[in-house]
Design a protein around this ligand. Structure first.
Ligand code: MN
Length: 322
């Protein structure tokens, strides 16, 4: 998915200043962001005062939306730099096309993982015909400096490891490792992403890494994470220093666990790019505009996205993400 903000701010992220080294419970409320004509997504990251969780730097939760009589997701070709995108669905499907020639339908609980490296472009659309419901999350992972210019790649992993823990818990490992089960998806920093299904009445503890910071996004149901009740579309930041995470659910519920080693490098995020300086961003914007770097997406019925104008001033200071 693309950041379709017409006036995106440039944001400095990363660094250890904001990381909670001990367990905390910080509720992050979503910002509603229109995507196209009929869709509104809930943006959890970057959030006011909380920009990253490990290398996870962007989280949009969308749906469930009834798109039976609508085109659904229609995100025209747009570029990325310095990040990986994770497409994760609970309902519906997304047709991915990219400048490497990939053409892939991603379905519920399959991993669509795109590594932009130095440059890639892609489109995402609801195929025709499509399922009535669309529900999912779009996430970005920042690449560390030593790998941010890797060759672009697209991976589709339809069979991910699933752990059936006790106490009504089922975990699908999206990225990284949970309790010894590892995702085949390529990562560049120590991190984890897991889809956690809790059956009604579940009351359990999930083993986690004390060196990771974590957050949990509620996709559906009414779950309690470390004693905090969460509604769908909200996120709880948990900090570091835990060895297990208490989880409860009164109804069938689904969560996404996101975590990783705190991302020490400072990054600059603007629109669909992650760089290390304003100059990195300006150059990427120019090269998308002139068509000289990000390749071409074939087969999308429509024109590619134009880059917004860069903000007039230099970077906004830390502490003011919007
Ligand atoms: Mn995208």
């Amino acid at each position: 998915m693309s950041n379709l903000d017409l006036r995106p701010d440039e944001a400095r992220c990363g660094g250890l200043a904001d990381v909670a080294g001990t367990p905390v419970r910080e509720l992050l409320t979503p910002r509603l962001v229109p995507l196209g004509e009929s869709t509104v997504v809930r943006r959890l990251l970057p959030n006011l005062g909380r920009r990253m969780v490990g290398a996870w730097c962007f989280v949009d939760h969308y749906g469930p939306d009834d798109i039976a009589d609508e085109p659904g997701m229609q995100v025209p070709p747009h570029p990325h730099m310095g990040l990986q995108t994770v497409s994760w669905l609970h309902d519906g499907e997304v047709l991915h096309r990219d400048s490497l020639g990939s053409l892939q339908t991603v379905r519920p609980r399959e991993l669509g993982l795109m590594t932009s490296g130095r440059a890639i472009s892609h489109s995402e659309e609801s195929p025709r015909p499509h399922a009535a419901l669309l529900h999912g999350a779009q996430l970005w992972v920042a690449l560390p400096d030593e790998h941010r210019n890797v060759e672009p790649a697209f991976e589709h992993h339809p069979d991910l490891p699933v752990l059936s823990g006790g106490g009504g818990l089922r975990a699908t490992v999206i990225l990284g490792e949970v309790d010894g089960a590892a995702s085949p998806g390529t990562t560049y920093t120590p991190l984890v992403g897991a889809d956690i299904a809790l059956a009604a009445g579940a009351d359990t503890r999930l083993p986690v890494e004390p060196d990771f910071e974590y957050a949990v996004l509620t996709m559906s149901g009414q779950a309690e994470v470390d004693g905090v009740r969460l509604d769908p579309g909200s996120m709880l930041y948990l900090g570091c220093g835990r060895r297990e995470l208490p989880l409860r659910a009164d109804t069938d519920s689904a969560l996404m666990l996101l975590g990783g080693v705190p991302f020490e490098e400072q990054i600059v995020m603007w629109w669909n790019f992650i760089g290390r300086s304003h100059e990195d961003i300006r150059q990427a914007r120019d090269e998308w505009t002139t068509g000289s770097r990000f390749g071409e997406v074939h087969g999308y019925d429509g024109t590619r996205l134009a880059a917004p104008e860069l903000p007039p001033g230099p970077l906004r200071p830390r502490g003011r993400v919007r």
